[in-house]
Design a protein around this ligand. Structure first.
Ligand SMILES: [Ca+2]
Ligand SMILES: [Ca+2]
Length: 474
């Protein structure tokens, strides 16, 4: 018997139980991402209040194989009038995280039939921390970060300071201090007091140089300013890479993509215990907080070190006067309205979510998996940046792109003007052929052109992956 045969024989054996540990027999199909491609994440969520956090967390867990999750922090709840039936008083609700991760633990064995790298539920449970109650309730201006007179917010000095450390703030500091060159992303779905206290502590205890080093390793993507600490952080740590959006993931997408019916069909029913926990929120899928991590999914489209390049997490612009603080964009180039920079990709990231929910319950052969595009011979996910002269012809070649399910692939080369600086048109000669090219416009000197390769399969649902070519015109 040769090695291949013996592997097949092994894979065909039924699952077995060793002691109390369940070992799935099926072999993982999609290889684990290399560590350097996985973003490190410490999540701050006010889960248990507005139900969209539960929706966003369901989707977040579907990418647990793509991320290195290093912290899950339950933060203070804002009490919504619509959720008055929930017996909560603003105290953080880590139990929600526990429940979702336990449900994830029940489907993890099936997820491993589709890809490698799904973390053990026990490891995730160990990362849960409870933040502090901050007295968040309405009204609060999420854009300006200024609390209304009746906000009920505790004053800043009651939230951060020398005796305000918690397990949550210590976890943030430990994650950033860890000997790992990758930055730590902190998606903020509610208030940011735990992050503020971690920064306060580091600034209090360390030298200026050490604080600088700490801040350089942090990346924050906050859905609005939801307590008084967001502004405090921005004012006190102007060099901190800090994104604020209030876009709403799919508010402006076709309703069919975020209706109750979509959610019931693709997530809530017949997709296992994790999907079953996902609630309906205001009659549909809200999930606005998801924009804080959708751009971190390694799909070849976004590079979150460049929030103005655009991707599933939206496209942002620098706050006037700052190099590190970013806000929502409204571009007049293509009538991008608030939220459109995200919703333009909605059919693609919703299909992706749908396929991954299938992974919770289906065999590999019964579900779809994304294609792997190759750009000019490069099969990494990285953007390719080149220098070129005006008038120069640039070859575009997607040869070698594959689909693990052997689906038929379709190709689109797409000029992405909003992401670059060239205001004119760019003609790509055969935009749906795998091999084509374009000529750098004569008047593009000093400008930047972004060209996307968009590769979709014909599986159910159709899945899409991307590559990005950035041309710096000399
Ligand atoms: Ca939230
Ligand atoms: Ca496929």
């Amino acid at each position: 018997m040769n090695l291949t045969l013996s592997r097949v024989a092994l894979a065909s054996l039924a699952s077995w139980v060793v002691g109390m540990v369940w070992i799935p027999s099926a072999q993982a199909q999609i290889k684990a991402l290399p560590k350097e491609n996985k973003p490190r994440i410490v999540l701050l969520t006010d889960i248990g209040g507005d139900r969209d956090d539960e929706q966003s967390f369901t989707q977040f867990m579907m990418y647990a194989d793509q991320f290195d999750i290093e912290g899950l922090i339950a933060t203070s709840i804002r009490i919504f009038p619509e959720e008055k039936h929930r017996p909560i008083d603003g105290d953080p609700q880590p139990q929600y995280l526990v429940d979702f991760i336990n449900a994830y633990g029940e489907v993890r064995g099936n997820l491993l039939k589709h890809s490698e790298g799904w973390p053990e539920p026990e490891a995730l449970l160990a990362l849960i921390r409870k933040g502090v109650k901050t007295g968040r309730d309405s009204p609060f201006d999420i854009r300006t970060g200024i609390a209304g007179k009746e906000s009920g917010h505790y004053p800043l000095e009651e939230l951060i300071g020398k005796d305000k450390d918690t397990g949550a703030t210590r976890l943030i500091i430990e994650a950033v201090d860890r000997d790992d060159p990758r930055p730590v992303w902190v998606p903020v779905w509610g208030g940011s007091v735990e992050l503020a206290q971690a920064l306060w502590r580091v600034r209090n205890d360390r030298s200026e140089e050490e604080v600088k080093k700490f801040v350089e390793k942090l990346r924050v993507y906050a859905w609005g300013h939801q307590d008084a600490t967001g502004l405090w952080i921005q004012e006190n740590f102007p060099d901190l890479f800090y994104l604020v959006s209030t876009g709403g993931v799919i508010y402006s997408a076709p309703p069919a993509l975020h209706s109750k019916e979509w959610l019931d069909t693709n997530v809530r029913f017949n997709h296992g215990p994790l999907g079953a926990l996902c609630p309906i929120r205001w009659g549909k899928l809200g999930g606005a907080d998801s924009e804080t991590y959708l751009g971190l999914i390694p799909n070849g489209l976004s590079d979150m070190e460049h929030p103005d390049w655009g991707g599933w997490g939206g496209r942002l612009r620098k706050q006037p006067g700052s190099d590190k603080q970013w806000v929502d964009i409204e571009s007049n180039l293509v009538k991008e309205t608030l939220g459109h920079t995200i919703s333009r990709w909605a059919s693609e990231f919703q299909n992706d979510f749908e396929a991954r929910m299938d992974w919770c319950v289906k065999e590999f052969d019964e579900a779809n998996h994304p294609p792997s595009p190759v750009l000019n011979g490069d099969n990494s996910l990285r953007p390719i940046e080149i220098d070129a002269m005006p008038g120069q012809r640039i070859a575009l070649d997607a040869t070698g792109s594959i689909d693990i399910d052997s689906n038929q692939l379709s190709y689109e080369w797409r000029f992405y003007p909003e992401a670059g600086t060239y205001p004119g048109e760019l003609t790509i000669s055969k935009p749906t052929m795998p091999v084509t090219g374009f000529v750098v416009p004569k008047d593009a000197s000093g400008k930047t052109l972004h060209v996307l390769l968009v590769v979709s399969d014909d599986g159910i649902p159709s899945l899409t992956r991307y590559r990005r070519l950035v041309v710096h015109c000399q």
